[in-house]
Ligand binder design. Structure first.
Ligand code: NDP
Ligand code: GDR
Length: 356
């Protein structure tokens, strides 16, 4: 039997790295699209990559960009995938308020460029496609928990762009019979989560404070609540969606929501620090219960023009149809992230030979 061939856009990102590893372990040939950058951007997948001249090479990288249709057509034509995972996106919600047009270009129009590339190449009946949709689509809906039938209320340029992508996937499924599925994924994190998302920002800060390299951390909305899972579990769900006979849309979530404040408390608990909160809103601070030193400060800079207050997912459909369930608890995930950041920072210290 010939090998399955996957193409991953956004292969250099958190999910791209976990998914590439999963697919390689399943025996796929994996092609990834990476964009040109002035500094190295393949750190998350370097451990998976072997030189393409090597006989054992199963993973290949290609330059391309979601804003450049010609590059997408060329890569798809050259690689002839059987499955496409569209993970590439300007994925930072706050940044999308600063770069709304670019966010729409890469996240919304990028998706239609991929779909059209399949039609242009006559591959719309032979490829299965996964679209990285998001719980941000629900915005501040009052319906809890949120499932596949909950109406969307996007509250950021990012969410509005992803809304277009969600619907164009559905439309092309209906209009042209493309096997394209939306995964409506709630927040998922890991040790390789981007450093500016709140979870990784916190776990890095816990370690930097503990190692005496930083005194405190500046954060925004501590009351926002998210349904946080582990990226390793969620990429398994993506793959399962494309193994179904029929394309469909599925929520992946843990069914438990925690505030940013609780994330902070759980992360500092890993180093035996208890936080005492004082003040409120934009004047709130968090102090170390033992030493009294201020570890958390709220900075209005990190508040968004509009934020999403509370997300809680209902993944019953994925459980029933895909047999998918999260395997990592919130506490396990936070512990893994803090411990990995410790390892990384110790290694960096050694590398630059700082005194201990
Ligand atoms: P990351 O931000 O870690 O990765 C995004 C990837 O997209 C990176 O490889 C990035 O490249 C690439 N990229 C960005 N813009 C372009 C472009 N114009 N052309 C080509 N590639 C581009 O995101 P995650 O891995 O966390 O998320 C994966 C996808 O899932 C995203 O679409 C995100 O919006 C969505 N999502 C994520 C959730 C989460 O909690 N993680 C939840 C729900 C949806 P580079 O490395 O060069 O920056
Ligand atoms: P989110 O993730 O917006 O949910 O999008 P992020 O970690 O950026 O924010 C979560 C919540 O924390 C609040 N917050 C802060 N956020 C950041 N980044 N930095 C801070 O200092 C800070 N302080 C408080 C935010 O206001 C927000 O309420 C992520 C991305 O991965 C999207 O691509 C994905 O679609 C959704 O998750 C599901």
């Amino acid at each position: 039997m010939s090998k399955k061939v996957a193409l991953i856009t956004g292969v250099t990102g958190q999910d791209g790295a976990y998914l590439a590893e999963l697919l390689l372990n399943k025996g796929y040939v994996v092609h990834g699209i990476k964009r040109r950058s002035s500094s190295f951007n393949t750190e998350r997948i370097d451990h998976l990559y072997v030189d393409r001249h090597d006989q054992d090479a199963q993973m290949f990288l290609h330059f391309g960009d979601m804003t450049d249709a010609t590059s997408l057509i060329r890569v798809i034509n050259n690689t002839r995938p059987t499955e496409i995972y569209n993970l590439a996106a300007q994925s930072h919600v706050h940044v999308s308020f600063e770069t709304p047009e670019y966010t729409a270009d890469s996240d919304a129009l990028g998706t239609i460029r991929l779909l059209e590339a399949l039609r242009i190449l006559g591959m719309e009946k032979s490829v299965r496609m996964y679209q990285a949709s998001t719980s941000e689509l629900y915005g501040n809906t009052k319906i809890r928990p949120q499932s596949e039938t909950t109406p969307f209320e996007p509250r950021s340029p990012y969410a509005a762009a992803k809304l277009y992508a969600f619907w164009i996937i559905r439309n092309y499924r209906q209009a042209y019979g493309i096997h394209a599925s939306n995964g409506i994924l709630f927040n998922h994190e890991s040790p390789v989560r981007g450093e500016t998302f709140v979870t990784r920002k916190i776990t890095r800060a816990v370690v930097a404070i503990e190692m005496g390299q930083q005194e405190s951390i500046l954060l925004g909305n501590l009351n926002a609540s998210r349904d946080w899972g582990h990226a390793r579990d969620y990429v398994e769900g993506m793959w399962r969606m494309l193994q179904q006979e029929q394309p469909d849309d599925y929520v992946l979530a843990t069914g438990i929501s925690h505030t940013v404040r609780e994330f902070v408390e759980t992360a500092f608990a890993q180093v035996d620090r208890k936080i005492i909160w004082e003040g409120n809103g934009k004047n709130e601070t968090g102090r170390d219960a033992k030493t009294g030193s201020t570890l958390i400060r709220v900075d209005p800079e990190y508040f968004r023009p509009t934020d999403v207050d509370f997300l809680l997912g209902d993944a019953s459909k994925a459980k029933e149809c895909l047999g998918w369930e999260p395997t990592t608890s919130f506490e396990q995930m936070v512990a893994e992230m803090v411990s990995s950041d410790f390892e990384r920072m110790r290694h960096e210290r050694r590398a630059i030979n700082l005194p201990r």
